[in-house]
Design a protein around this ligand. Structure first.
Ligand code: AMP
Ligand code: ZN
Length: 494
């Protein structure tokens, strides 16, 4: 069976057939462009809902044998970054650098695999300029009175197709200078914004035919995606708010330049909400990942592990809205811990009891359900249900038999590790960590230990030390030994 994805372009489920010819015995290449962060601030966990969806998409394609080239741009120049630089009177690169670093640290914590390329907009202006020149030469763009260059949406017959909007004739000719606007104001948009004092020090003046100015946001992604993935590529993703205007404008800019269909499959994830409203910077209802690590910085008063957040975000299908609550996060932390507990139990099976083929049947059944669910437009809740059904069956067998033996346990652990290539939940790794520690801790305490290990991995020693102190307050004394992490319990504090 082929994988099926919901393509925003057709608003229907379509079988996935990559653009490249399949060569027998060779992994088939797939090009994936995922719109990345605008680095004027920390990303919030709403943004990470989209990035985790994209990570699972990429991981699943790899699980199914495709060779994915993923490109995620970094928007390090746009209206928002410039506004912040001007407000704080700091050069643009100094505004964006710490948020780029924080973004990569958060990706690591959440087990989001690194993309092959993270192109930065400021390093690709030359290609944007080339595209703007082509659009001018072909009559798709024009210069306005203030020297800015606009895209004329009336020239692109298919304008509105992706976003499923009809642009009435009256509106074309109206212009919008901002990078972001809504469907009601579909109008000509800026490709190159002539410098004005509100841009401060941010401008490019080495292109005399365009004039002193800077690129609009939309042309950035047209230039960077085609540079790394070619004129036509397989999949382009983002959150649903990217459909219009951003992705619609990317198509309108790119196709007249290349003469080719830009993207075959458009996938968009639904929003993370808070009390029914989109989590966003502008509404102020957002949570950063680092707020969740620190009990003093979130309203639950607890520390949460990044993998609990990952579990929560995977537990709802990517095209369904999800309301964030701390009770939901608590349930996610506990549910993930139940999977880790299964792996822990399997690691304790030490007898050399002969292997019973019944186990292979269970694994085959579970795998078929998992793959079937993921093939159906990445149905992660159903895929997780397949893992939980296996957990129930395996627990039943161990309850009945006492010990299923090392070989059977090893096969199940191997299977869980294999699925975790897609889920990225560190199910078996979490259990190994607990086994090495040798003490039974609560789910929250394990989460703190995991968060501390992550922080060390990221060389964020300040955070690692803060988490170690929190554990110490609970009577858990950590020690890094040549054999790995160990902990002992101070009974006076328990
Ligand atoms: P931005 O940095 O605002 O360009 O957003 C980066 C990515 O996060 C884009 O793909 C957005 O669509 C996505 N995004 C923003 N807010 C949310 C949210 N509340 N839930 C899910 N995705 C979001
Ligand atoms: Zn983009």
């Amino acid at each position: 069976m082929a994988i099926r994805f919901f393509n925003t372009m057709s608003r229907s489920l379509e079988e996935f057939h990559p653009l490249a010819e399949v060569e027998p015995g060779k992994p088939c290449p797939v090009g994936l462009y995922t719109c990345g962060p605008t680095v004027h601030d920390f990303a919030h966990i709403g943004n990470f809902r989209t990035y985790i969806f994209e990570d699972v998409l990429r991981r699943y394609l790899e699980f199914r044998g495709y060779q994915v080239t993923q490109v995620m741009n970094i928007t390090d120049v746009d209206d928002k970054t410039i506004r912040k630089a001007l407000n704080l009177q700091i050069p643009l690169a100094e505004i964006t650098a710490p948020f780029i670093e924080a973004f990569f640290a958060d990706l690591k914590s959440l087990n989001i695999l690194p993309a092959q390329y993270y192109p930065r907009a400021t390093e690709h202006v030359g290609r944007m300029v080339e595209m703007i020149r082509t659009l001018l030469a072909k009559g798709y763009a024009y210069r306005s009175e203030d020297g800015s260059i606009y895209y004329d949406i009336s020239k692109f017959a298919d304008y509105g197709h992706l976003a499923h909007i009809k642009v009435d004739d009256l509106k074309s000719g109206a212009r919008v200078a901002q990078d972001e606007y809504d469907k009601d104001t579909a109008s000509d948009f800026a490709l190159w914004k002539a410098w004005d004092p509100s841009d401060g020090e941010v401008y490019w003046d080495e292109y005399p035919d365009l004039g002193k100015g800077r690129p609009g946001w939309h042309i950035e992604c047209s230039a960077m995606s085609t540079e790394y993935l070619g004129n036509s590529f397989d999949i382009h993703t983002g959150g649903v708010d990217n459909i219009f205007p951003h992705h619609q404008n990317e198509i309108a800019q790119t196709e007249p330049c290349t003469g080719a269909t830009f993207v075959k499959y458009w996938l968009h994830s639904e929003h993370l909400l808070v009390d029914g409203k989109k989590m966003s910077k502008s509404l102020g209802n957002f949570l950063k990942l680092r707020d969740l690590f620190d009990p003093a910085r979130n309203s639950s008063g607890k520390a949460w592990s990044a993998l609990a957040v990952r579990y929560l975000l995977l537990s709802t299908h990517y095209r369904t809205r999800l309301d964030f609550t701390f009770s939901g996060l608590k349930a996610a932390a506990e549910t993930r811990q139940n999977l880790v507990a299964l792996a822990s139990r399997l690691l304790e099976q030490e007898s050399d009891k002969p292997f019973e083929p019944e186990i292979d049947d269970l694994l085959a059944k579970s795998r078929a359900r998992f793959v079937g669910a993921m093939d159906a437009d990445l149905n992660t809740p159903e895929a997780l249900a397949a893992v939980f059904a296996l957990r129930r069956d395996v627990n039943k067998i161990i309850d009945a038999q006492g010990d299923i033996g090392q070989e059977a346990a090893g096969r199940i652990l191997h299977y869980l590790e294999d699925l975790d290539r897609v889920l990225g939940l560190d199910i078996v790794q979490g259990a190994r960590l607990a086994k090495e520690g040798g003490e039974v801790l609560t789910a929250e305490e394990y989460a703190l230990i995991e968060a501390r290990q992550q922080a060390r991995k990221e060389r964020n020693f300040q955070r690692a030390d803060c988490l170690r102190d929190q554990l110490l307050e609970r009577g858990i004394i950590l020690g890094d030994t040549p054999k790995g992490l160990r902990w002992t319990i101070d009974p006076s504090k328990r």
